[in-house]
Ligand binder design. Sequence first.
Ligand code: NAP
Length: 244
Amino acid sequence: MSLNGAGDLRGRTVVLIGGGSGIGLRVAHRVVAAGGRVVLGGRTASRLAAAAQELGDAATWQTVDTGDTAALAAFFDGIERVDHLFTTAASYEVGPMRELSDAAAASPFDSKFWGQYHAVRLAAPKLADDGSVVLMAGAASARPAGLAPAYVACNAAIEGLGRGLAVELAPVRVNVVSPGTVDGQLWANRPDTVREAAFDQYRRESVLARPAAEDEIAHAVLYLFTNTFTTGSTLYPDGGYTLR
Ligand SMILES: NC(=O)c1ccc[n+]([C@@H]2O[C@H](COP(=O)([O-])OP(=O)(O)OC[C@H]3O[C@@H](n4cnc5c(N)ncnc54)[C@H](OP(=O)(O)O)[C@@H]3O)[C@@H](O)[C@H]2O)c1
C-alpha cells in the first residue's frame, strides 16, 4: 500500500477538468506545490494555456467539453494514468421552477451531474487503485440559498452519486466536496448586483459570516485526495452555512 500521505503528491498525476480557472486552478497550485503533475481540461485553449504557464512544467492541458462524451473519451485516451480526478467544469442556469424553461431547469443535471458522471466513467480504466475521485456538488443541496429547486436537487444527486461510486469503484476512493458561496471566479462573472446580494446573504446566514476563498475549497479537495481512509464522504467547507 502506498504511504502517500497528506501533502505528498510526488509522482502523482491529477486531472482537473475546469482547472483553467477558479477553484480548479487553486487545486492545481496546491497539487504542484505538493510535488504532483496536473492535466488541465476546459473548453477555452487560451485560458488553459495561461493557467499552465502560471503553473510551470508540472502542468499540461487539453481542450475538452464535458458535454461531449466522444471528446471526453479522447481526452482520457491521451492520459496514461489518473491518480486523482476533480471536475469543476459545469455550465448551467439556476432559477425558480415557475420561471425556468424545462431545458434551463435540466441544465444543472445535463452539465454538472452527467458531465461529472461521464468524466468518472471514462477515467475509471485509468484510475490508480490507491487513487481517488472528488466530485463537485454545492451546499445548496442541504440548505437552498435561493429559488433554484432543480439546482438544489442536482447537488444532492451528486452527493448520492459519490456514495454509489465509492462502493462500485473501491479500492479507488470517491468523495464529494460541497462548498457554500465562494468569493471567486464564478461569482466574478455574474452581475455586480446579483453577486453582492448573494454575498450579503451569506454574511448574514453563515456562522463564519463571509463567503469562502477559492483556496479554502482547494484545501478541502487536497484533504480528500490524500486521506487514504476517507471514501463515500461529503465534506461541506461552507463556513457553517448548513448549520443555521
Ligand atoms: N464558486 C462558488 O460559489 C461555488 C459554490 C458551490 C459549488 N460550486 C461549483 O463549482 C463549479 C464551478 O467551479 P468554480 O467556482 O471554480 O467556477 P469557474 O472558475 O467558472 O470554473 C469552471 C471551469 O470549468 C470550465 N467549464 C465550464 N463548462 C465546461 C464544460 N462543459 N466542459 C469543460 N469545461 C467547462 C470553465 O472554463 P471554459 O468556460 O473555458 O470551459 C472554467 O474554467 C460548479 O460545479 C459550481 O456549481 C461553486
